[in-house]
Design a protein around this ligand. Structure first.
Ligand code: HEM
Length: 361
């Protein structure tokens, strides 16, 4: 099913020619296993090439604040908001750790498309007749954790209606999932104050880097959001938890550590939709094991393996070897990611949604 979808995207882009990569049209080349590079299909990294004048500034996060819902004198006062999210995430992760991985990824996929505005949660938009981000190639049949966000939102609405945005709930949930999955070693200082957007478009998910991306493309896509190459390497460390489908790595068994590849071959057993653990060593712990795996060629995607190249190798080694270094960098990088393209009360159309999957009327 997903393979067919990918083939359709390739065909559509091929028929449209190079123009397929311009403007708002789709160009998911980092997400497609292309047999050979075809310049007519999409110029690699065209949407996100990191030319200096195209790079985003480091996100300022102006309008966000720590303890945002704790100020008794503000109209956003909702002192139990963060406690409720933490409780919902704690219970969900205790029941099933994979959900924690889903929540961390949800935050990344929200922030990289239209900023951290909960656009990734929408099933309806301001503009009718449009597929939302949930239908986009990187997200469909893949993102998870929506029900944890919905449960937290329902409990928060019951406590203080109309005050806490879905975008903040996604950010707090990612923070809390990181905390529990790291055995409380990762403690992100996540500010609040984001507002929710009213638009979400499936084709804009092509801004997400894909598993077949090379280092330059990864750096460019992060630079386009105002994040550094070091932050890209740091955040990729999240691939020490959760799972991935075989379709994204079965073409590169021969490039992996032979024993690791043999195990994966057996697990995948020729089925592209099979899901396997990303980290074979500590699959349920958010730790720096990922960087050891990169060095040992025990990672799944091209986008993981290429971090062992000259440009990024030093950071990989430092993260692998220096105790506590990666954890502190991950805390800062997650906080910074949470500042990308935020909407505030003053932004036209921004709102506090009543239900996270729907815009308000
Ligand atoms: C650097 C570029 C990145 C690429 C190319 C990438 C790609 C992917 C892909 C292809 C999957 C598997 C999806 C599937 O099989 O359905 C995945 C899973 C995952 N990614 Fe990334 N990712 C990147 C960065 C990140 C970042 C920045 C984070 C968070 C900080 C993240 C967190 C995760 C997590 C936790 C999972 C497992 C999700 C689950 O089990 O539900 N990734 N990623």
């Amino acid at each position: 099913m997903a393979t067919n979808l990918a083939a359709l995207v390739v065909l559509a882009a091929f028929l449209a020619g190079p123009a397929a990569c311009e403007g708002a049209s789709i160009c998911f080349n980092g997400w497609l296993r292309l047999p050979t590079y075809n310049p007519w299909l999409c110029s690699r990294g065209s949407r996100t090439r990191g030319l200096p004048w195209q790079r985003g500034r480091s996100p300022s996060g102006l309008g966000l604040g720590h303890g945002y819902y704790d100020n008794r004198w503000s109209r956003s006062y909702c002192p139990r908001a963060e406690v409720i999210v933490r409780g919902a995430v704690r219970d969900a992760v205790a029941a099933y750790p994979g959900i924690g991985a889903g929540l961390i990824r949800l935050f990344f996929h929200d922030c990289f498309v239209r900023g951290c505005d909960a656009s990734v949660l929408l099933t309806t938009t301001n503009s009718n007749n449009s597929d939302t981000e949930r239908e986009g190639l990187p997200n469909k049949n893949s993102l998870r954790g929506f029900e944890v966000i919905d449960a937290a939102k329902a409990a928060i609405e019951a406590a203080c209606p109309g005050k806490v945005s879905c975008a903040d709930i996604v950010a707090f949930a990612a923070r809390d999932a990181s905390y529990f999955l790291s055995n409380r070693r990762i403690n992100i200082r996540m500010p609040g104050g984001r507002y929710d957007g009213r638009e979400s478009f499936a084709n804009e998910t092509d801004q997400l880097p894909g598993p077949f991306s090379n280092v330059a493309e990864l750096q460019a896509s992060f630079a386009a959001k105002g994040l550094t190459s070091d932050e890209m390497v740091t955040l990729s460390g999240a691939h020490t938890i959760g799972g991935a489908r075989c379709m994204f790595f079965s073409s590169r068994f021969s490039e992996m550590d032979p024993a690791f590849a043999a195990k994966l071959r057996t697990q995948c057993n020729g089925n592209d939709d099979t899901n396997v653990n990303q980290d074979d060593v500590t699959p349920y712990v958010l730790d720096k094991q990922y960087y050891r795996n990169v060095i040992d060629r025990k990672v799944l995607f091209t986008s993981d393996a290429v971090l062992n190249s000259t440009d990024t190798m030093t950071q990989v080694r430092e993260n692998a070897n220096r105790a506590g270094a990666w954890e502190r960098k991950f805390e800062r990088a997650m906080e910074n990611m949470g500042k990308i393209g935020i909407k505030t009360r003053a932004d036209q159309g921004a709102e506090i949604r009543k239900v996270c999957s729907r815009v308000n009327n």
